[in-house]
Ligand binder design. Sequence first.
Ligand SMILES: Nc1ncnc2c1ncn2[C@@H]1O[C@H](COP(=O)(O)OP(=O)(O)O[C@H]2O[C@H](CO)[C@@H](O)[C@H](O)[C@H]2O)[C@@H](O)[C@H]1O
Length: 732
Amino acid sequence: MSSAAVSSSSSTFFLALASASPGGRRRARVGSSPFHTGASLSFAFWAPPSPPRAPRDAALVRAEAEAGGKDAPPERSGDAARLPRARRNAVSKRRDPLQPVGRYGSATGNTARTGAASCQNAALADVEIKSIVAAPPTSIVKFPAPGYRMILPSGDIAPETVLPAPKPLHESPAVDGDSNGIAPPTVEPLVQEATWDFKKYIGFDEPDEAKDDSRVGADDAGSFEHYGDNDSGPLAGENVMNVIVVAAECSPWCKTGGLGDVVGALPKALARRGHRVMVVVPRYGDYVEAFDMGIRKYYKAAGQDLEVNYFHAFIDGVDFVFIDAPLFRHRQDDIYGGSRQEIMKRMILFCKVAVEVPWHVPCGGVCYGDGNLVFIANDWHTALLPVYLKAYYRDHGLMQYTRSVLVIHNIAHQGRGPVDEFPYMDLPEHYLQHFELYDPVGGEHANIFAAGLKMADRVVTVSRGYLWELKTVEGGWGLHDIIRSNDWKINGIVNGIDHQEWNPKVDVHLRSDGYTNYSLETLDAGKRQCKAALQRELGLEVRDDVPLLGFIGRLDGQKGVDIIGDAMPWIAGQDVQLVMLGTGRADLERMLQHLEREHPNKVRGWVGFSVPMAHRITAGADVLVMPSRFEPCGLNQLYAMAYGTVPVVHAVGGLRDTVAPFDPFSDAGLGWTFDRAEANKLIEALRHCLDTYRNYEESWKSLQARGMSQDLSWDHAAELYEDVLVKAKYQW
Ligand SMILES: Nc1ncnc2c1ncn2[C@@H]1O[C@H](COP(=O)(O)OP(=O)(O)O[C@H]2O[C@H](CO)[C@@H](O)[C@H](O)[C@H]2O)[C@@H](O)[C@H]1O
């Protein structure tokens, strides 16, 4: 169907969507809070039987991480921890003169730090292009395939740099550069992959005899004997690959939520297994660690030629490549800001650039090349990458040994837009069918996530429970049919914890203002001190015997903070303290402030984005409350358990997978769960939790100890990711 043919109908649909939300008929008003907007989603259905969670080893901590080490997140301009209260509240109040979009690029009316899941489709009503000049797809023919029109995004690629020697599929190690005769290029690549020396690059100290070893390639695994304690080569063995993780955010440089955490940590864990790993992320600000590589390229995005520069840092065995372009600059505190068309244009540019990074960016002097390479794209922002990989290259016999994996962190945000905007994506016309989607809520539209899911070689969701939910009408947000039909290539892998960043033993945010580092051995004294410091910092009465409840999260329908508001009359009647930290929807921000005003002796509602405060609440609170309506994985409950803070969660998605309910009879479990995202269910769970806290000290301590003793490290998750990468590699 041509875009012209569909445009009028789509415009009608999208105009009708101005106040619609993807939950549509599924959404139900919860409770009767005066703060409730009615935009929240009641998300309750039969959850799948819990997969038995294999017992893991005792907590693996990287105790060697040093105070203020290079991984310690620097204070970002968005952090408001040290600002006076008035300014703290102002942090989240920035308003863009342009139509604002939600965290994932959907119109919400909120700041870009927010993820107003409830409203993302509303943006679709805005079909007027504000800043993008309409243009047909570009057709820069670089490598014409017989009888085929080839579209390449980059404006200045010399053939010798775009076509490194292809590799046969069976050739696994990233260190090996032999090409094996499938359509060899007429011109040799500028940088030979064979010159790549993994050990030298990541700084392993080799003994002389190892240096003499002239073996290369797959059989060379034995020469990695000095990789940590493992003398048989990289943990990944012969599966060693080149991995490029592509995402819109990456902690500690730019983070609005869990995506940033994952992208900051998973690559390091993959590198520890021996893979050569790069992270590609936009350069929203000046990041002191990264240096200009002096490479300039030109790309077309939505009809405009744009210059792109590359900045590079090598940290913890990972190449971090920051894409610098005018579209990304000065967006540090507003990375998903601007109109829907603007963010789409940024992501089109970003994906076009990222897919060619393995050719243009010689990290450590050597490009990654496109053999034995896998991209890991994340969420809808980078879902175009698998599409470009296929449309620009794989369809034309290029990049035949490159694979793509797409990770679903949150399917509530999909990159929906009118069908008549499809030409901005610079794709062959027949690709439109992969984007086109009709659902009762969104009408007929172009859906970037849908196309990415179809084009990716493999797909990962961030928990198995969430994967199950995605296949349901309630949980798939219109993509359930696509998920179901691609079930064969989807795996659920629970996120891990970066133990350099989220570890009470070494947490840099617990080193001042009366807080302290602690471990399982020093839990009692350590938590008591952190709790007192938190109470002091927030102006609450310093009391050890009062249970301190915490909430941290984006203020939107997903996180269910309004359910806490609904439960407030009961909470206020208890001898408890409640600290909530979040930013997002204006009505929910007001709710936090209102609750603090109403209950000044009990409640603190901190409106703002503060990484240090998130760490301090996690350490100082006794209980972390997560009444999320849906939660693909959830990281805060993992962090809480690692800090001896007991989670009380709605049993949904990853929360259900990771928080086994407490069983007082067998003294097992990790926290309290409730089966519907409703205030009365939350109250019931909290009642049991507080009863245990007050009256069963031994049970409480063993709950804390079990939480802290789990191996929640990324190393375990990275191993599971590796299985997926290998499946992708051998999949044709
Ligand atoms: N106001 C604030 N100040 C400081 N820090 C704040 C903050 N609000 C949130 N954070 C931090 O942001 C992170 C949020 O993690 P979540 O797992 O809740 O992610 P989120 O829902 O954004 O992401 C999605 O992706 C992740 C990763 O896959 C999934 O776990 C999750 O279920 C899915 O919704 C945590 O590190 C938290 O401390």
